[in-house]
Design a protein around this ligand. Sequence first.
Ligand SMILES: Cc1ncc(COP(=O)(O)O)c(C=O)c1O
Length: 393
Amino acid sequence: MDIKPSKRLSSLPPYALAEMDKNVEALKAQGVVPIDFGVGDPTEPTPEYIAESLTPSGRAHATSGYPSYIGSKEFRAAAAGYMSRRFGVALNPDTEISSSAGSKEAIFNFPEGFIEPGDVVICPSPGYPPFKTGTIFAEGVPYFVPLLPENKFLIDYEAIPEDVARKTKIIWINYPNSPTGAVASREYYRGLVDWAHRHNIIIAADEGCYIDIYYDEPPPSILEVDREGIIAFYSLSKRNNMTGYRVGFVCGDERIISIFKRLKTNIDSGVAHVMQDAAIRGLADDTHVETMRRLYKEKRDILLPALRSIGLEEADSAATFYIWQKVPGNDMDFARKLLDPSIGIVVTPGSLISDPCEGGVNPGVGYVRIALVPPVEQVREAAKRLMRLKNSA
Ligand SMILES: Cc1ncc(COP(=O)(O)O)c(C=O)c1O
């Protein structure tokens, strides 16, 4: 029997972050304890009060069958409560919110509900890979726009050629941004929304993954500015250290949410009851998130000076737990140097999470992404190990 992957699947590069896991395994096999700043998966535990709720919740739902496709009434009410408390955005839980199994699946599947073969989907580069791969699977064409330091890593939507904008159905935006740590202001959003309305383009805002992980001012939601033609993706994964729970929600223009719900009933059977209940608790709590913000700040304050002391350019970030560090020469070579067993530090080369844009420029080349997820003691140890790089130069 001849078994091979589809052309569509074969056309995709290996999932970059899964490739990173292989580097970690290779180091472990050599007896090195790697310090892993690669994949953005928090190592701090899920809050105890959430973990403890799983068994009682499982018992309560023991005979209740499939969960709701769009989330229980209580879950959607909790999501609406969070959006109102955090942003002053009032959403109707019945029409303007749906649960999702975390953001990744929702993002990957989203274009399927809205585009025809050949339609353009604008994707930031560097950017979260499912923006592009979901577009390709839905037979759309990704158009990559660069995130550049001279634009504060914001998409320069006015620079998108008119003929591209005419063919575009969706623009993906992601602020607070992975990997650059940039945030967008309400003024920026106003301009972007006006541009998108003029061109009849849906704004898909992957904003909720890191929106509560910030260092100074709380970043705004695009829904504070407008709702027409906009959908926002939210996740408990990083806000509440619940990556393994696979729960989040989408919200925004009820016409978009309604199509998203229709799409979703064909794909999944809802988020497990226990996870929805756990998420209700997570969304109601801000104290734990405050603690996490302090911890990420502590880690950032250890690592940024260490990076500067080995001669790297000053990097900064307003939000997220990423540092987007410019490095001398080739980013793959730099990341490889850090993987030397004498250093044992894992980072993500920028070119693995970016694509060439118009004119052939690839904005991820020459950068590495550092996810501040190892425990503080390991971040301290990494700061020491980085000095070996300086000494070996
Ligand atoms: C920018 C961005 N969006 C969305 C996600 C999806 O997170 P999840 O599927 O865990 O909700 C991630 C995860 O790393 C991310 O970095």
